[in-house]
Design a protein around this ligand. Structure first.
Ligand SMILES: NC(=O)c1ccc[n+]([C@@H]2O[C@H](COP(=O)([O-])OP(=O)(O)OC[C@H]3O[C@@H](n4cnc5c(N)ncnc54)[C@H](O)[C@@H]3O)[C@@H](O)[C@H]2O)c1
Length: 250
């Protein structure tokens, strides 16, 4: 499916793998110039080369979303390489340690919050002025079903993803009237390397939590994200879009 877009350049973080890579590829297939940003240079190079081999336009950026200077550099690169920035998908994230609150170390807490929550705010800090300068656009922030409900074994992840839900609403309240729609997306469990921390038994148990009878594919989250960025979603802002095979309906 092809969507229509008001602008032409998008920045995707965590684009070297999983949901971010699938979304970067779908955005490129829809004619957007894509800044492919990730912590891992080799993964970035692979995704850029896949996009280019299919006739798309992509630029490689290696950086850490938990470092404000890297977030600024990603935006600068979009402008230097493609002339402007209209869209962003703040997607990079980690699962972090699976330990309840009474056992979680301060270091494990801070790492998850730094990447999964502060990383989104650092992105917004530099993307929003650039998108305003380009005449407007849209942003999607990656949350999770765990931005709406909790899991006892993942307190830092749950807190960070709830934080993304609130941060998105606050940003949307300020910038929707200035031409930037900002939404969060909330996938159920999706088959990507982030689930490598789970045992086979834990993975099987995850399936049972999704009324649809399976976990998701990265491309299914990519389609919802690309829709939210597109003109098809022109009246959608400040929303929390659930893409979870029914997980949160229970
Ligand atoms: N897979 C799931 O079940 C699921 C469900 C809900 C939400 N999510 C969220 O989706 C996002 C993407 O995860 P995924 O499932 O595709 O996992 P993934 O591990 O395949 O991809 C995550 C990407 O983020 C990158 N990354 C990690 N830390 C980074 C940092 N500090 N700076 C820049 N890049 C960094 C990794 O290198 C990797 O390429 C995450 O925010 C995750 O929390 C995943």
């Amino acid at each position: 499916m092809r969507y229509s877009f008001k602008g032409n350049t998008v920045l995707v973080t965590g684009a070297g793998s999983g949901i971010g890579a699938a979304t970067a590829q779908l955005l490129a297939a829809n004619g957007l110039n894509v800044v492919v940003s990730d912590l891992h240079a080799e993964a970035v190079a692979r995704v850029v080369s896949e996009i280019r081999s299919k006739g798309g336009k992509a630029s490689a950026h290696t950086g850490d979303v938990s470092r404000p200077e890297d977030a600024e550099a990603a935006v600068s690169q979009a402008i230097e390489h493609f002339g402007s920035l209209h869209f962003a998908f703040n997607n990079a994230g980690i699962s972090g340690a699976l330990k309840p609150c009474g056992e979680l170390s301060p270091e494990d807490w801070q790492r998850v919050i730094a990447i999964n929550l502060s990383g989104v705010q650092y992105g917004l800090r530099f993307q929003i002025p650039a998108i305003l300068k380009s005449g407007g656009g849209a942003i999607v922030n990656m949350s999770s079903i765990l931005g709406l409900v909790g899991i006892g074994a993942a307190p830092a992840y749950t807190a960070a993803k709830h934080g993304v839900t609130g941060l998105t609403r606050a940003a949307a309240l300020t910038y929707s009237s200035q031409g930037i729609r900002i939404n969060s997306i909330h996938p159920g469990y999706v088959n990507t390397p982030i689930l490598d921390v789970l045992s086979e038994a834990e993975r099987a148990a995850m399936v049972g939590l999704h009324p649809i009878g399976r976990i998701g594919h990265p491309e299914e989250i990519a389609h919802a994200t690309v829709f939210l960025l597109s003109e098809g979603a022109s009246f959608i802002t400040g929303s929390a879009m659930v893409v979870d095979g029914g997980y949160t309906a229970a």
